[in-house]
Unconditional design. Structure first.
Length: 175
């Protein structure tokens, strides 16, 4: 019972923060938040394991997939700070596989995050790098789309973490 109460408090905190902050959880391209200067195309992340599965290898694979795409961005790993904090945790009954609060330009580091929900692990096992690459897409201000052949698809998995030409076009339109 205590574990469930902690999970509920955590989810309420996240939702409250999302509603009260200057942006909400990334499921659309946010207007007026896309003004990264040229030197901010080089984005950083760091990983914190708060769950039972170490997902660092999957995070590296996901960021590398974006780096090898034609998108005008580069993700790199830092040891304890960055534009994005990526972590996994157990969220109980909360059914989202992962979610993201994108970093805001010209703010201090550590202002964006990606959460991978371990309570849904059996649903995305084998697709963990793709799930994280999808959340990195949200960090780049991309929304979910109905086209089931792209990385930023609304639901399900396409089989690899590599962004498609349409995903890259979305990043190009933002930056």
């Amino acid at each position: 019972m205590r574990k469930r109460k902690i999970v509920v408090v955590f989810v309420v905190f996240i939702l409250s923060y999302a509603i009260m902050s200057t942006n909400i959880i990334a499921f659309v391209i946010f207007p007026n938040t896309c003004n990264f200067s040229t030197n901010q195309y080089n984005l950083s992340w760091y990983y914190v394991n708060q769950g039972t599965c170490n997902m660092l290898t999957y995070v590296i694979t996901a960021s590398t997939a974006w780096n090898y795409s034609a998108a005008p961005i580069t993700w790199h790993q830092e040891s304890n700070y960055g534009n994005m904090k990526v972590y996994n945790t157990y969220l109980g009954e909360f059914q989202a596989h992962g979610f993201c609060k994108p970093p805001m330009p010209n703010y201090f580091p550590n202002n964006g995050w990606i959460i991978i929900n371990e309570s849904c692990y059996n649903e995305f096992v084998g697709h963990t790098s793709e799930l994280i690459a999808h959340e990195f897409g949200h960090a780049l201000r991309l929304g979910d789309v109905a086209d089931m052949s792209v990385l930023m698809r609304l639901a399900g998995y396409k089989g690899n973490p590599q962004p498609t030409a349409d995903d890259v076009a979305g990043v190009d339109s933002v930056y």
